[in-house]
Design a protein around this ligand. Structure first.
Ligand SMILES: CC/C=C\C/C=C\C/C=C\C/C=C/C(=O)SCCNC(=O)CCNC(=O)[C@H](O)C(C)(C)COP(=O)(O)OP(=O)(O)OC[C@H]1O[C@@H](n2cnc3c(N)ncnc32)[C@H](O)[C@@H]1OP(=O)(O)O
Length: 244
């Protein structure tokens, strides 16, 4: 099991992304490990998505390093040879949702206060093509398009209805259910499951691998724009105001 632990809200900072990638690599290289459940040890939050402070007021070099780390974590989770189950035990916007979408199966706590989705448009930013592709592969083109254009965050019941999560279970049953799903998936021979996963996911993975440097350049150019920086600063202020 891998538990995200970066209070208060599990923002995906460069440090957390780097630790996450190292942990995944260790598991991937351990032949005895055939599956991983990804969850959070922060109450009510799976992950608040990418750490917005990493994308605000920093240098081009920093944005480059940060975006490479974001790409890396997606490539590792999405193309993992292990069975990956997301036990979504709290809200999961944007980058947090991407982590869950990249797993093989998603189980969410059936708490209507928890929400999940790719809400980038609400921040005035655009989900990159590989976020979009991952989303489309889970919910289909029409639902993904509407949800992305509106930057929707869906309540747990709504997310289940849309197919964004596979199952809802009472919060106290989440880990038990995740373990049962893992056992079901691990009952199959690894090689057949792995080859099938690769067949389904390879085109999307290859697309980023082929355009990785261009994607970094696009991100750095986009995020460095003063209008985008202003949107991000306003969003952070809104988060702080909402609190007080
Ligand atoms: C042409 C295109 C080319 C390339 C692509 C270009 C761009 C694409 C770039 C990036 C994609 C972005 C992906 C992302 O993931 S952006 C992050 C989106 N996340 C969110 O919108 C979530 C925001 N947070 C919340 O809604 C709430 O915090 C949450 C529901 C998670 C928890 O609520 P709660 O009431 O429990 O806590 P808060 O008081 O709100 O937060 C505590 C504390 O944490 C700070 N915070 C929250 N989220 C973040 C974050 N994602 N990053 C950094 N900091 C965050 C919040 O401000 C509070 O701080 P403080 O007031 O100092 O205590």
């Amino acid at each position: 099991m891998m538990k995200l632990k970066s209070p208060p809200v599990n923002s995906l900072s460069l440090e957390l992304l780097t630790e996450f990638a190292i942990s995944l690599e260790k598991l991937e290289n351990n032949r005895a490990c055939r599956g991983v459940i990804i969850t959070s040890s922060v109450p009510k939050i799976f992950s608040s998505g990418l750490d917005i402070t990493e994308m605000c007021g920093k240098s081009m070099e920093h944005y480059t390093e940060f975006w490479r780390a974001v790409q890396e974590i997606w490539l590792r989770v999405y193309s993992s040879s292990m069975v990956t189950v997301a036990a979504v035990n709290g809200s999961s916007p944007a980058g947090g949702c991407l982590i869950a979408l990249s797993c093989d199966y998603r189980i969410m706590a059936e708490n209507p206060k928890f929400s999940i989705g790719l809400n980038e448009a609400q921040l005035g930013i655009v989900a990159p093509f590989w976020f979009k592709d991952t989303f489309v592969n889970v919910v289909g083109h029409r639902i993904a398009e509407r949800s992305l254009q509106l930057g929707s965050l869906h309540s747990a019941p709504e997310a289940h209805k849309l197919g964004l999560v596979d199952e809802l279970v009472p919060e106290e049953k989440l880990m038990e259910k995740a373990a049962a799903v893992m056992a079901q998936w691990l009952a199959l021979p690894d090689h057949a499951r792995q080859l099938t996963k690769t067949m389904m996911r390879k085109p999307v993975v290859d697309r980023l691998v082929a355009h990785r440097e261009e994607d970094i350049k696009n991100f750095v150019t986009f995020i460095s724009k003063e209008s985008i920086q202003k949107s991000l600063r306003m969003y952070m202020e809104m988060l702080k105001k909402r609190k007080s």
